[in-house]
Design a binder for this molecule. Structure first.
Ligand code: HEM
Length: 131
């Protein structure tokens, strides 16, 4: 039997704009709540709204949906934009912990969850600027 590969974008597979918004909301909800993520939470402004909007816009394009971040701010230059913050392995893992909880809350498809965790780990690890 021929198994057909899912050729949809990650954006389509997650369920589009509303689902992605929800994912990002849950991500910052957990960052705010989890004591294990305190170091990363403290790097952010007290109000997380702008960070939430920007992560939503970035992930929209990154997942193959509308390139909202680029349309508004130009090339993301994400690694450079993170240089002001000390991102070591522990900070990376705190960020990923919040993302894991957010994915558990919002994505039912195990395969898609694993794929997103793996791909986002790559981006988070690339953001490291400290041993
Ligand atoms: C690895 C650990 C990471 C840490 C500690 C971190 C931390 C931060 C902080 C402190 C900000 C500033 C937010 C504010 O305005 O208050 C920020 C902005 C941002 N982060 Fe991260 N981040 C990490 C990984 C990531 C990853 C993996 C992505 C994308 C998948 C991402 C996407 C963004 C975007 C799009 C912005 C907005 C940039 C801008 O201001 O133009 N971050 N991050």
């Amino acid at each position: 039997m021929l198994i057909k590969k899912d050729t949809r974008t990650l954006y389509e597979r997650i369920g589009g704009e509303d689902k992605l918004r929800h994912l990002v909301q849950r991500f910052y909800f957990h960052m705010d709540e989890l004591s294990e993520a305190k170091v990363v939470r403290d790097m952010h402004a007290s109000n997380l709204k702008s960070a939430e909007d920007k992560l939503f816009m970035f992930l929209s394009g990154w997942m193959g949906g509308p390139s909202l971040f680029i349309e508004k701010f130009g090339h993301p230059r994400l690694r450079m934009r993170h240089m002001p913050f000390k991102i070591d392995e522990s900070a990376r893992d705190q960020w990923m912990l919040c993302m894991k909880h957010a994915l558990d809350d919002t994505v039912e498809d195990n395969e898609l969850r694993d794929e997103l965790m793996e791909a986002l780990y790559g981006v988070a690890d690339f953001m490291r600027n400290s041993a």
